[in-house]
Design a protein around this ligand. Structure first.
Ligand code: PLP
Length: 347
């Protein structure tokens, strides 16, 4: 192929820039299992500051961050209320069941956003036959629903309710900085509505590896122990933490560019007759494209797009997902539009 393909599969495909690689090369490191790595400590303090929490914990992946959080919040036999299309319920290989012995109680929603009354209905009575409702998990932005932002006022209502009912809460904020940039609301405001938050450094923020778990000091002490249990204790992890520090210092505000490009691409795709994009859901950097009326299967669409130099992923039986990120520029958007037009032109 004459050019690299335009890789719209995920915002995880970004590669470290020369500046980020320089930060990695210069990182001061030590053995973080002994608590000796100053760069990891710097990253954990910075993550806590930017989310308004007391403490932070560097974890190798977002999935580990979520699973450590569920371990720390629950006991075996507990139940956690969660959205049906959430990452934790769908993409963490039944981690809550396997690792925590926790049953998930999924709530079906149209747009990924549930309400206080949805939670209220899902709470179990105090009855020896039933699991104990312990935890509520939210996701913002919502991946499977196309990058939708969970509104802050709704999160605040849920906060008030969970506190009143004695429930713990965890935010899967893999893309919480996308939500903050879209809405113009400080990430601290969103994070204040949950006891713990996980966010990813390895997505739109452009770091090669890693996620953060944040919460109060007591919670993070417990989470630290569970991270070790899962094999997540890392030695000279400052090598990768340096990329995270760089990402948090330089790559938050620029997420706005990804959102503008996703919007532009989504609008162009919505004008192609044989595919469908729900523009209302395109709020951040994710576009879900319904190809059910194209006369092609999802696999055929992916192959045809790939042959013309655009990479996307299947996202259910009749939809594909398209994601903008740090390594996608305006030319890539133009090229993608013309490739989609060719592949999906009415014959
Ligand atoms: C990516 C993602 C995660 C964690 O992903 P890892 O690949 O394990 O880092 C968790 N939640 C959501 C919503 C995500 O999009």
């Amino acid at each position: 192929m004459p050019h690299d393909p335009v890789d719209l599969r995920s915002d995880t495909v970004t590669r470290p820039t020369p500046e980020m690689r320089a930060a990695i090369a210069d990182a001061v490191v030590g053995d973080d299992v002994f608590g000796d790595d100053p760069t990891v400590k710097e990253l954990e303090a910075l993550a806590a500051e930017l989310t308004g929490k007391e403490a932070g914990l560097f974890v190798p992946s977002g999935s580990m961050g979520n699973e450590v959080a569920i371990l720390a919040h629950t006991r075996r036999g507990d139940e956690a209320i969660i959205e049906f299309d959430s990452h934790i319920y769908n993409y963490e290989t039944a981690g809550p069941a396997v690792l925590s012995g926790v049953q998930l109680a999924p709530i079906k929603t149209e747009r990924g956003i549930f309400s206080v009354s949805d939670i209220d209905e899902a709470i179990r009575p105090d009855d020896v036959h039933e699991p104990v409702t312990r935890l509520v998990c939210l996701e913002n932005t919502h991946n499977r629903k196309g990058g939708i932002v969970f509104p802050l006022d709704r999160m605040r209502d849920i906060r008030e309710f969970t506190l009143r009912r004695g429930l713990r809460s965890h935010l899967d904020g893999a893309r919480i900085f996308n939500a903050a940039v879209v809405s113009g609301i400080d990430a601290r405001e969103y994070c204040a509505t949950c006891d713990s938050v996980m966010f990813c450094l390895s997505k739109g923020l452009g770091a090669p590896i890693g996620s953060m778990l944040v919460g109060d000091t007591e919670f993070i002490r417990l989470a630290h122990r569970y991270r070790k249990l899962l094999g997540g204790g890392m030695r000279q992890a400052g090598i990768i933490a340096a990329a995270g520090v760089y990402a948090l210092r330089h790559n938050i505000e620029r997420l706005a560019e990804d959102h503008v490009r996703a919007r532009r691409l989504a609008e162009a795709l919505s004008r192609i007759d044989t595919i469908r994009v729900d523009l209302e859901t395109v709020q951040s950097n994710i576009i879900v494209v319904d190809v059910s009326e194209s006369g092609l299967t999802v696999d055929e669409c992916i192959l045809l797009l790939e042959q013309k130099g655009v990479l996307v992923v299947p996202f259910g039986r009749t939809t594909i997902r398209v994601v903008t990120h740090l390594d996608i520029d305006d030319d890539d958007i133009e090229k993608s539009v013309s490739v989609f037009e060719k592949v999906f032109a009415k014959s």
